[in-house]
Design a protein around this ligand. Structure first.
Ligand code: GLU
Length: 449
């Protein structure tokens, strides 16, 4: 069942469907926000008069371009790349680049749309944008990755700038790719413009704790959600999907706060280790060797590998989806409810389908949406920009403390806004309204632009 939209919002949604045909993930992301904005228009009719919702649904600029490159055998490949500069009311466009074969305009638009509200929630001066390519980095050599990144940046550089648009990583884009992209930007522009990219290496303008930030932030947010229920992570069983950057550091912080993490996954399968996941082994396999998660079960006797397994059928108290969009559906949500799960927080962007979110809500499970729960990554990117602007480099402890404060603030703002708008405990409502009001007010102030 799909929840109804407010009568003022339904035509806006229909217009989005009409103007963006076939972009199903974008439709889903827009609908989720519109479903929560009804009470905002009642309280602030001037936002409706100025068509702020319609404006926020239309990207300021969309760039689509060809990326030709040659593989190690001299074969030519042609990929397509995107940068959607969605909203710059609060600061330069900010958001990651995703390299994955599933990338098309609808994925980048959903990510860019979410990024507007997420970035607003951080309280930092950053607008919303996102980019990526349908390039598949799996199995590619360092040389191939470098040539692809250089070709992409040869076009993209003209659209970037520390006051204009500041990319970072996302799925398939880590420090190695950021290095190649930044290197080519530096070469073409002849500027050492540290603040034009975040997620850089520590030796060349990166921030301590940026790598850990998304996963750590998700767990800080989870900790706050449990705290208002007079509970904690101590002694909880936890399941974390994925085994990339977000998942690894979500596992690390959850363990530090006393949870036992018993499962994680990659796109081929799931590992379950009732003794608790050995994080050093995961880091060795994923960060150093860049191999599949199945290797874990060959190395560790207590673990089982479930090829094509469903991680959400592994019993847990806390579930952290940290892989990709729509990875947790209604069927999975029912399995989690049945097995006694009490909390779900999204480390990835939009990993839970709308049906799954409704099932959690009906079952009284605390649900932290990605816009709020995974905002720690981009928040720390803004801290990296701050360090670059002042040519400074902070300690790990200081940066992590700032991240923790930001996540506590996001949680409090979402919690209080949900109460104010008559939806106590509903973090989806709280996050959407808080983010929307911040951006909407700035847009109103700046006139019709
Ligand atoms: N890709 C991350 C996200 O989804 C981080 C973006 C950034 O640091 O700019 O928020």
């Amino acid at each position: 069942m799909v929840a109804g939209l407010d009568e003022k919002l339904e035509p806006i949604y229909q217009e989005v469907l009409h103007r963006n045909p076939g972009e199903t993930e974008f439709h889903q992301a827009v609908r989720e926000v519109l479903e929560t904005l009804g009470p905002v228009l009642v309280k602030y009719p001037e936002l409706a008069d100025r068509k702020i919702i319609q404006l926020v649904c239309e990207p300021e600029r969309q760039i689509i371009f060809r990326v030709p490159w040659q593989d190690d055998k001299g074969q030519t490949h042609i990929n397509r790349a995107f940068r959607v500069e969605f909203n710059s009311a609060l600061g330069p466009y900010k958001g990651g680049m995703r390299f994955h074969p599933s990338v098309y305009l609808g994925i980048i638009k959903f990510l860019g749309f979410e990024q507007i509200f997420k970035n607003a929630l951080t309280g930092m001066p950053i607008g919303g944008g996102k980019g990526g390519s349908d390039f598949d980095p799996k199995g590619r050599s360092d040389g191939e990755i470098m040539r692809f990144c250089q070709s992409l940046m040869t076009e993209l550089y003209r659209h970037l700038g520390e006051y204009t648009d500041v990319p970072a990583g996302d799925i398939g884009v880590g420090q190695r790719e950021i290095g190649f992209l930044f290197g080519q930007y530096k070469r073409i522009t002849n500027r050492y413009e540290s603040g034009v990219f975040t997620g850089k290496g520590l030796d060349w303008g990166g921030s301590r704790a940026r790598k850990e930030a998304t996963g750590f932030g998700t767990v800080f947010f989870t900790h706050e959600m449990l705290k208002v229920r007079s509970d904690s992570l101590d002694g909880k069983t936890c399941v974390v999907s994925g085994s990339g950057n977000v998942a690894i550091y979500a596992m690390e912080k959850a363990m530090e706060l006393g949870a036992k993490v018993v499962a994680c996954s990659d796109s081929n399968g799931v590992i379950v280790d009732e003794e608790g996941i050995d994080l050093d082994l995961i880091k060795q396999i994923k960060e150093v060797e860049r191999r599949r998660i199945s290797v874990y079960a060959q190395e560790k006797k207590s673990a089982r590998y479930l090829e094509d397994g469903n991680i959400w059928e592994v019993p847990c108290h806390v579930a952290l989806p940290c892989a990709t969009q729509n990875e947790l559906n209604g069927h999975d949500a029912k399995a989690l409810v049945k097995n006694g799960c009490i909390l779900v927080a999204e480390g990835a962007n939009m990993p839970c389908t709308p049906e799954a979110v409704r099932i959690f809500s009906d079952a009284g499970i605390a649900f932290g949406p990605g816009k709020a729960a995974n905002a720690g990554g981009v928040a720390t990117s803004a801290l990296e920009m701050q360090q670059n602007a002042s040519r400074d480099s902070w300690t790990f402890e200081h940066t992590e403390d700032r991240l923790r404060e930001i996540m506590v603030d996001i949680h409090r703002n979402c919690y209080e806004t949900a109460e104010e708008f008559g939806a106590p405990g509903n973090y989806v409502t709280g996050a959407n309204i808080t983010g929307f009001l911040k951006v909407g007010r700035a847009m109103m102030a700046m006139g019709v632009v």
